[in-house]
Design a protein around this ligand. Structure first.
Ligand code: 13P
Length: 255
């Protein structure tokens, strides 16, 4: 059975004090959640403090990025060991903002995935097409490149310890959400790619989140789709009530 994983990507929002406040509210609001895996990803700066807040709760800690090297002269970067030390469970890798603004490639995604896995943390691998790519009929080609790139050299056992986030770039932060059907079609395609790489058992076991203007109003419809196993939430994760408004429909699903 696949897990439903709902993660809040706080991006470059919230000071440390605000992060502690929001994390505290999420922990309280999520205390009865048992089925959905709930995670929050504050900035690097707030991770250590938020780690103290989520400790012993059913809220997991996620980081927004990582570097693939162990240590050294990489100004501005943070290593997987550093994340592991403070109790990070998930690491978001290859977000479209990283890809478009900071030079992330499928190759660097792949290196980061391997590094994170070597320390028993779970990568959340982000993929997704731009509007121009979709309009040009390149959706499947782009997703194929991104999935093949991210999973290059990964064994079936390693693949089982990953989560994918399908985030159509045109839906991120725009208020425009993929329809339930558009999202389901892309998710089914991605699962098909995983089947080609690893066979049906592995493909059926990997959770594929949807991301892009997901909110309480559209969460139930998206989460009910056969191949949608959770969400990676930006704007709506910045308030505990709207974030939980996405988690709650996930809890009541019978999938
Ligand atoms: P929004 O929910 O703000 O569209 O952001 C989605 C996202 O990029 C999560 O990683």
């Amino acid at each position: 059975m696949r897990k439903i994983v709902i993660a809040g990507n706080w991006k470059m929002n919230k000071t440390v004090a605000e992060s502690v406040q929001l994390a505290t509210e999420v922990v309280t609001a999520a205390r009865d959640v048992s089925k959905v895996v709930v995670a929050i990803a504050p900035t690097y700066l707030a991770l250590a403090k938020v780690a103290e807040v989520v400790k012993g709760s059913n809220v997991k800690l996620a980081a927004q990025d990582v570097h693939w090297e162990n240590q050294g002269a990489f100004t501005g970067k943070v290593s997987a060991d550093m994340l592991k030390e403070i109790g990070v469970d998930f690491v978001i890798i290859g977000h479209s903002e990283q890809r478009s603004y900071f030079g992330e490639t499928d190759e660097t995604v792949n290196k980061k995935v391997k590094k994170v896995q070597s320390l028993d943390m779970t990568p959340i691998i982000c993929i997704g097409e731009t509007l121009a790519e979709r309009k040009d009929g390149r959706l499947e080609g782009v997703l194929t490149m991104q999935v093949n790139g991210a999973y290059a050299g990964l064994s079936a056992d390693q693949a089982l310890r990953t989560v994918i986030a399908y985030e159509p770039v045109w839906a991120i932060g725009t208020g425009v959400t993929a329809t339930d059907q558009e999202a389901q079609e892309a998710h089914a395609f991605v699962r098909g790619l995983l089947t080609k790489l690893y066979g049906d058992h592995v493909a059926q076991s990997i959770s594929i989140q949807y991301g892009g203007s997901m909110k309480p109003e559209n969460a139930a419809g998206l989460l009910a789709q056969k191949d949608i196993d959770g969400g990676l939430i930006g704007g709506a994760a910045l308030k505990a009530d709207s974030f939980l408004g996405i988690v709650t429909p996930g809890e009541s699903l019978n999938k």
